[in-house]
Design a protein around this ligand. Structure first.
Ligand SMILES: [Zn+2]
Length: 318
């Protein structure tokens, strides 16, 4: 239990803008590139550091992210696999990038009264204060310096560090809603580079609130001017990182109830059932998906059948 009450402004749920995404591939040097490989040429002897394929970057897509992505796709992603990360980037958007201005150390620095004139100053600060970030940055810097084009490729660790932070914040959100104990948050805590919360209150004040607030900076009330007869522009695309932060903040302000999937081997925490259901409506709060509902029904049927048979056998033995 937390001693605090969280309030979110504005009170209405904000629509999550669409996210820009590219098909992505893993290069031979292990970096992930947001582009479609066309050919993989042999690297000529003595050539520069570029080990990647010939790429076509003209495949940008923009689309909505799935509901409760932080409970499903992000949680299910195998972060140890660069190929899985590349697929995820192609499907939902990228969390990578050497530009750490989306990351929470900037918020902590602001709390301490530290301001940065240049993003480069901030990156230096982040590296200096967090050895793990320094380790990640060195890999990218060794490879290419802070060259142009770095926004198109990144080391998988750049993705991992953000994914882990978002998953930790999601865990805190679940603990705040009493869907899981705080001890589990600590047990599973991934972002040890940023410290580990000692209590739920510390988790909220040092991690959940600054991470979400910082991630939601792109969203602010705004006024636009449209010529007569021109339909207003739809929401401007945002980054996946910011979209996930807004998704979590929306669920926080809606005071949603997380359900535990009743399919025994699944046990997923979820909000809305996925898949087309032909069964009664409230089954949606028991099973995370229609297939989980079917699996558990079959299990129950087999169990009932087995127990009927064993009681018949017992009767026969008497
Ligand atoms: Zn399930």
């Amino acid at each position: 239990m937390s001693r605090f009450h969280i309030t979110v402004w504005p009170e209405d749920v904000m629509e999550v803008p669409p996210v820009r995404r590219f098909p992505a591939c893993v290069r031979r040097d292990g970096f992930i590139e947001l582009a479609v490989p066309v050919t993989f040429p042999e690297r000529p002897a003595g050539a520069g550091a570029y080990l990647g394929p010939v790429l076509d970057t003209g495949y940008e897509l923009v689309g909505a992210i799935p509901q409760e992505l932080y409970l499903r796709e992000l949680r299910d992603l195998d972060l140890s696999s660069p190929e899985a990360i590349a697929r995820f980037c192609g499907d939902y958007g990228s969390l990578g990038g050497h530009d750490w201005t989306d990351m929470v150390p900037m918020e902590w620095a602001a709390d301490d009264g530290v301001a940065f004139d240049e993003d480069e100053d901030y990156r230096r600060y982040a590296k200096w204060n967090f050895p793990e970030l320094k380790r990640i940055a060195i890999r990218t810097e060794e490879f290419a310096g802070w060259d142009e084009g770095l926004d198109r490729f990144f080391h998988p660790d750049e993705f991992r560090v953000r994914a882990a932070l978002l998953l930790d914040v999601a865990d805190l959100l679940l603990a705040l809603s009493e869907a899981q104990p705080f001890e589990d948050v600590v047990k599973n805590w991934r972002s040890t580079w940023a410290g580990t919360p000692a209590s739920l209150d510390e988790g909220l004040s040092r991690y959940l609130i600054p991470v979400l607030n910082h991630g939601m900076r792109p969203f602010s009330p705004r006024i636009t001017l449209q010529p007569e007869g021109v339909t207003p522009k739809p929401l401007q695309p945002t980054t996946l990182y910011s979209a996930i932060c807004l998704q979590m903040a929306n669920d926080l302000k809606s005071e949603v109830t997380y359900h535990v999937c009743a399919n025994e081997p699944c046990g997923r925490l979820f909000l809305h059932q996925r898949g087309e259901s032909e069964t009664k409506k409230d089954s949606g709060v028991y099973y995370c998906s229609v297939s989980c509902g079917k699996a558990q029904n079959q299990r129950r049927y087999r169990r009932n059948k087995a127990s009927r048979e064993s009681s018949t056998n017992q009767r026969n033995q008497l």
